[in-house]
Design a binder for this molecule. Structure first.
Ligand code: PMP
Length: 390
């Protein structure tokens, strides 16, 4: 394909050919038996991908931000207290959304690249009766992976609803929603779920559903109101025609293909593959002498890597050099350090070979920026890591 570069940003990602083919099929009616079957089956598969047998799946036309908006619209009532575990730009977005629906929000923060420690979170939980807590599993602005299991356990102890923004983690990072006591997980289609942008996906656990059902004030967002959508999801799962708003038919056919592929790979294998790919990427980056935004190795996500530019390297020049070498990467996003780092996405269909090509492109761009390093050191280190992977 002419003019095509390897897309290695943290979403949208490269998609599997079968998923893209489904997007290009003639659009059916949203009431066609084939579509009803594909939607119903997708809802059932989502429970397996989110590892939430008890969850209520919800698929809406929209992006990840709509899924976050749904949390604010449906679970917050004016005056509710919410705790936001802040690991970057997207955690702060969640705080803004919850405030918009009338929540009193407290953020527990850490320096850029860090994550709040459990002691800080515990004392916040002790200080006030919070209705819900949000955790950004992987904040795409910092590549910080949050310890969801431990924080969710604490949240449960204090009786708060545990909400996870899994936009950059679901189907890439291990997340056992039910076993870990998470009450709601949300994501979007364009990352490790492996479907072009356009779907907001939520898995609502029983406690979150109960809180929603006990609301005493109306939901102040017509489109996002779960009252409108829950019967629709129920109908599709029961293989019955139903309508509230026209579903994005082709995206849902594509979702059906991608979820089938994800489950065929199997969740444990998929998580392990993401770990192997991220290790190769990080080994390459480290061998070139570049630091990373996450302050400790155990904070680093497996779905993307956020290397810091070495001294003297200009980001704009560097990213243009990478593109010239055939790879698209993303710049920084967290305002306080935006010009100091770049981001490499490696989720879903990304392969170890893609990582080798990416590291090679990074080397060529660094050389073009006048940075001194041992030629091929990054590629060799990544390759050595690849050999170790199963
Ligand atoms: N949360 C996280 C962690 C994200 O990475 C993103 C998107 N990069 C969002 C929320 C918002 O998703 P969207 O861009 O699909 O609205």
């Amino acid at each position: 394909m002419k003019n095509r570069t390897l897309l290695m940003i943290p979403g949208p990602i490269e998609f599997e050919p079968a998923v893209l083919s489904a997007m290009g099929e003639p659009t059916t009616s949203h009431l066609a038996p084939t579509f009803i079957e594909a939607f119903g089956e997708s809802l059932q598969m989502l429970r397996q991908v989110f590892e939430s047998p008890s969850g209520q799946p919800l698929v809406l036309a929209g992006s990840g931000t709509l899924a976050m908006d749904c949390v604010g619209a449906n679970l917050v009532e004016p005056g509710d207290k919410a705790l936001v575990i802040n690991t970057g730009y997207f955690s702060e977005r969640f705080a803004t959304i919850l405030q918009r629906y009338g929540a009193q929000v407290r953020l527990v923060s850490a320096p850029a690249g860090g994550r709040p420690d459990l002691g800080q979170i515990k004392s916040a939980l002790e200080s006030d009766p919070y209705k819900l807590m949000t955790i950004t599993h992987v904040d795409t602005s910092t590549a910080v992976l949050t310890n969801v299991q431990e924080i969710a356990k604490l949240g449960r102890l204090y009786g708060v609803l545990v909400v996870v923004d899994g936009v950059c983690s679901v189907a890439g990072e291990e997340l056992q929603m039910d076993n870990w006591g998470v009450d709601l997980t949300l994501t979007a289609s364009q990352k490790a779920i492996g479907v072009p942008p356009g779907l907001a996906l939520l898995m609502i656990g029983p406690r979150a559903l109960e809180v929603f059902q006990k609301r005493t004030t109306p939901v102040l967002n017509y489109y996002a109101d779960w009252t409108n959508w829950l019967p629709i999801m129920g109908a599709y799962e029961a293989r019955k025609p139903s309508y509230f708003g026209t579903p994005p038919v082709n995206l849902i056919f594509a979702l059906n293909i991608s979820l089938g592929q994800i489950l065929k790979e199997g969740m444990p294998k998929r998580y392990a593959r993401h770990i192997a790919i991220s290790r190769a990427c990080q080994a390459g980056i480290q061998a070139l002498g570049l630091d990373q935004v996450p302050l400790k190795p155990k904070y680093a996500a497996h779905t993307l890597t956020a290397p810091r530019y070495p001294k003297g390297v200009n980001g704009t020049e560097f990213l243009a050099g990478v593109l010239k070498a055939g790879v698209t990467l993303a710049g920084g996003l967290l305002p306080s350090i935006r010009t100091e780092y770049f981001r490499i996405g490696h989720m879903g269909a990304a392969t170890l070979a893609d990582v080798l090509v990416t590291i090679s492109a990074i080397e060529s761009a660094l050389a073009g920026c006048g940075y001194k390093f041992t030629h091929n050191a990054g590629v060799e280190a990544a390759r050595a890591e690849v050999k170790k992977s199963p």
